[in-house]
Design a protein around this ligand. Structure first.
Ligand code: SF4
Ligand code: SF4
Length: 128
């Protein structure tokens, strides 16, 4: 399960993720991070069965957590099944079905945004 976490660094530089990994034994995969001196935002991936305990620990540590069910959203009215998103996506989120219609596997999206820029019909957007 993918979780988008945001946190303030005003209170110091406590290694929240490292502490949660150590205390719970849950392996957390950091897929994207944007951290500066004041705040941070991270996209993390955790096993579905461990998501609730990680969520609980994060929130107890003052970290804001959002579950990303469908990180990338496709407007079916706008999509023309051109396949441009297939070639640009580094995570193989897109593929053709047997009828040459685009299908998505949003669970592996890392929110890089490349497909949103590449789509000629502006059919794609990232969950905000
Ligand atoms: S690039 Fe856009 S229009 Fe083309 S298949 Fe992907 S979502 Fe559809
Ligand atoms: S945001 Fe990046 S990883 Fe996600 S579907 Fe688009 S190209 Fe693939």
């Amino acid at each position: 399960m993918k979780l988008l976490i945001t946190f303030s660094r005003k209170g110091g530089r406590e290694p929240v993720i490292a502490r949660i990994v150590k205390e719970t034994g849950v392996l957390i995969n950091v897929e994207k991070a944007n951290i500066d001196s004041m705040a941070g935002e991270m996209l993390i991936d955790v096993p579905d069965e461990d998501a609730s305990v990680v969520l609980e620990r994060m929130e107890a540590a003052g970290v804001s957590v959002r579950v990303l069910e469908d990180a990338i959203v496709r407007d079916e009215e706008e999509c023309i099944d051109c396949g441009a998103c297939i070639s640009i996506c580094p995570q193989e989120v897109f593929s053709f079905d047997p009828d040459w219609r685009i299908r998505l596997h949003p669970g592996v999206c890392v929110l890089c945004g490349k497909c949103v820029i590449a789509c000629p019909h502006r059919a794609l957007s990232l969950q905000q």
